[in-house]
Design a protein. Structure first.
Length: 734
């Protein structure tokens, strides 16, 4: 049977404590207030009444804003489910908490705010979506959905590891279980921090039966950018795989049964898994709601009445209605919780927060999903009610981020905020009715790492201030700059507009400064180039070769190493042809790509006696990356090799010289890197070998005969490399 919630009336009464004098309020805060943190998945602010939604009503969420504060400039640090949650738990950016992309596993042994709240005397609980692969730590009570979880008849993993199946609708079950914990399972004498985390309104947007008829016969307003052509911005926008036009599945997203009848417009192959989970009566209710609409659409299609734009419009309506219906159940649940707080008398000393792990595209730019640093998915809702501290109706403009939640909760609890947390407590700002201090941040840093994955959004990062947004796309080395005041929909990048030259330079400085401040070094962060076909294919070949094992000598590096198969082919045959050697070089790779490859299959079953490593010149060539950062990337590779191939001796080459002469800036950068990495030699496992002189003329220039482009070796160059390397190989017993 489905659990059916009534629609709760909006309580207009302002809780009495708002009327209490300020002195008493602060005393109340000292008593360690409870925290109810309701958190949903993919709920964009533009689908919340209080944020000015033009497409739906959320009376219960709006009540939190009305009785407390709404933050208009609230952002995530990495717009994707798992990473956002990890940022919240740790108060750190993704590169510091180690959860860069979905599919990573959260290291639950690290410092998190729930653990520190436990230390401060709180009971902590999390019920609902977790999505961090490892089990929760730092919670007195938890009950979580496996992975993404299901809307219908969901399983919830219990603390003893068992899965318990609940019949009904996920949002309602999570609400009810959270309420049950509040009512019966906690110690009423201690403060609590309860995280009630919904799956909704995540894809595939399966609503509860009580909201099937919501928006029936109504057309929801379309966003202005529904037919965005992606001109005027990074060329990578066109590679997206998250458009309403091309990337909705017939079954999973659009809720048709059977195979796609229009595979050009509706992707085949992924059925509606929720339908399969339903009971017979749930299926009957579902079909009664969807079948007539589906039939009508198919009839119109068969009659040839719908243009391709009409089909996109139909998809938008199907999508947005389902999405909003899911949100309505979240709003119902929030209403139930607020009502319980009122009835139980807990409301006065309980802070209520509503947020969601990131925003979402509701057809803007022709998209669904998130990931991109554009406003719709960068923004997170943040509504907070704190009776006695925040006056009703605070409209806050400060730039806040999900890394601020942990520090805020800790200050609320009266606990110390660890220095390693990168976010800042919002408590002083909340006490000042949303007014930030002069030292509050004027820009946020954002980074997205999930390359070559579902939806094909490229790695990018950037900064946003109150008015401008700068994005950087490493693959194409493109900057995009948006003036959010003049172009709030981010349709034209002005990075090349001379009028914005000064602003671009200023924003680039903010970008570099913030990366330094947050200690972002991309040279050490594993990165795939799997979104580039040539790289993907070569990576696959290397992994396949390595799986054969039987290797004594491995060369690891970039195009200069890969070139052993090109201009160096004959030299390779002569020197290494019968020595069980493998080439693990890929052109264009930087340290971060080698880190990725070595931890994603490229070492296969090989256990070489010697590995020759030369990497880093592309970190120089692509970004002029700081030598200490590149050296840290090399060091990380050495650590991986030590871990995975403890018996292998490493010949660490100094990066070969490049450029016309001895004052070439990139050559100087490589020299500076070499000055650092030579110290990684330990006289036993790691041997540093600097052979740059082999390629230089006596005046420090590089002859075109040795390096035709002053970077890559000729056949003669490879001959010199092999000859210079040979004594070291002999010494190491090869
Ligand atoms: Ca999400």
């Amino acid at each position: 049977m489905l659990r059916v919630f009534a629609v709760w009336p909006v309580t207009l009464a302002v809780s009495f404590c708002l009327l209490v004098a300020q002195g008493v309020m602060l005393q109340g805060a000292e008593k360690q207030p409870n925290i109810l943190f309701v958190f949903s998945d993919d709920h964009a602010p533009q689908a919340i009444g209080a944020y000015g939604s033009k497409i739906n009503d959320t009376p219960n969420l709006d009540r939190i804003a009305r009785e407390g504060a709404i933050f208009q400039n609230s952002f995530c640090a990495n717009s994707i489910c798992g990473p956002s949650r990890a940022c919240i738990l740790t108060g750190k950016h993704s590169h510091k908490n180690g959860f860069l992309r979905n599919g990573n596993r959260f290291d639950g042994t690290q410092m998190t705010f729930p653990k520190l709240m436990q230390d401060a005397g709180y009971q902590t609980a999390i019920i609902g979506k977790w999505h961090l692969s490892s089990n929760p730590t730092g919670f007195n009570h938890w009950e979580i959905l496996p992975g993404q979880g299901s809307y219908y008849n969901p399983d919830l993993i219990q603390m003893n590891g068992e899965r318990k199946r609940y019949e009904g609708y996920c949002t309602d079950i999570i609400t009810e279980n959270a309420l049950n914990w509040l009512k019966d399972k906690r110690d009423p004498d201690r403060p609590f921090m309860l995280m009630c985390q919904h799956k909704a309104p995540h894809r595939n947007w399966s609503p509860p039966p009580r909201h099937f008829s919501l928006y029936k016969g109504v057309d929801i307003a379309e966003p202005e950018t529904l037919f965005d052509d992606y001109e005027g911005r990074s060329k990578l926008l066109k590679e997206n795989e998250m458009s309403l036009k091309d990337h909705f599945f017939w079954g999973h997203d659009m809720k048709f049964h059977g195979d796609s009848q229009y595979p050009d417009q509706f992707r085949p192959g992924l059925a509606n898994g929720e339908y399969r989970r339903m009971t017979d009566s749930q299926k009957a209710a579902w079909d009664a709601a969807y079948q007539p609409e589906n039939d009508k659409f198919l009839q119109q299609m068969k009659a040839g009445k719908l243009s391709s734009k009409d089909v996109i419009r139909w998809k938008y309506q199907r999508y947005i209605k389902d999405y909003l219906r899911c949100i309505q159940a979240v709003d119902d649940g929030v209403g139930a919780m607020l009502e319980y707080l009122d009835e139980s008398g807990l409301a006065n000393n309980t802070i209520v927060i509503y947020s969601s792990d990131q925003g979402f595209y509701l057809g803007e730019h022709g998209w669904y999903d998130k990931r991109w640093m554009f406003e719709e998915s960068l923004r997170m809702p943040f509504l907070i009610r704190w009776p006695g501290v925040i006056q009703p109706g605070v409209d806050a403009k400060a730039l806040i981020q999900n890394i601020d939640y942990g520090p805020t909760f800790l200050e609320i609890a009266g606990a110390e905020i660890p220095g390693e947390m990168q976010g800042r407590s919002m408590v002083p700002m909340l006490q000042a009715q949303g007014q930030p201090s002069a030292s509050w941040r004027d820009a946020i840093y954002y980074a997205y790492y999930e390359n070559a994955a579902v939806h094909n959004v490229p790695v990018h990062d950037g900064v946003r201030t109150a008015r401008y947004k700068l994005m950087f796309f490493p693959r194409t080395r493109e900057w995009n700059l948006f003036d959010l005041e003049k172009d709030p929909q981010e349709m034209v990048s002005v990075h090349a507009d001379p009028e914005y030259a000064e602003i671009l330079a200023g924003m680039q400085k903010r970008y570099r400064d913030l990366r330094q401040f947050y200690d972002v070094n991309s040279a050490v962060l594993p990165a795939t180039r799997g979104d580039e076909q040539r790289w993907r294919e070569r990576d696959r070949v290397l992994t396949r070769n390595a799986r054969q094992g039987n290797v004594d000598l491995a060369f690891i590096g970039d195009s200069i190493t890969q070139g052993w198969e090109g201009r160096g082919k004959d030299v390779w045959a002569k020197h290494y042809g019968d020595r069980k050697a493998i080439n693990l070089g890929i052109g264009g790779d930087r340290t971060e790509h080698v880190i990725w490859r070595l931890t994603h299959g490229n070492l296969g079953k090989i256990k070489p006696k010697v590995a020759v490593l030369m990497i880093g010149t592309n970190n120089t060539g692509h970004f002029d990356q700081d030598p200490s950062e590149v050296a840290a990337g090399v060091e990380r590779i050495l650590e991986i090799l030590a871990q995975r191939l403890p018996e292998t001796k490493i010949v660490l080459h100094g990066i070969f010289p490049r450029g016309a002469d001895s004052l070439d800036a990139k050559r100087l950068n490589n020299i500076a890197i070499n000055q650092i990495i030579r110290r990684y030699a330990d006289g036993d496992r790691v041997h540093y070998l600097e052979i740059g002189d082999e390629f230089l003329e006596s005046d420090g220039t590089i002859s075109r005969e040795i390096m035709p482009d002053q970077l890559h070796l000729s056949k003669q160059g490879y001959e010199r490399w092999a000859n210079a390397l040979e004594p070291k190989l002999k010494e190491l017993g090869l």
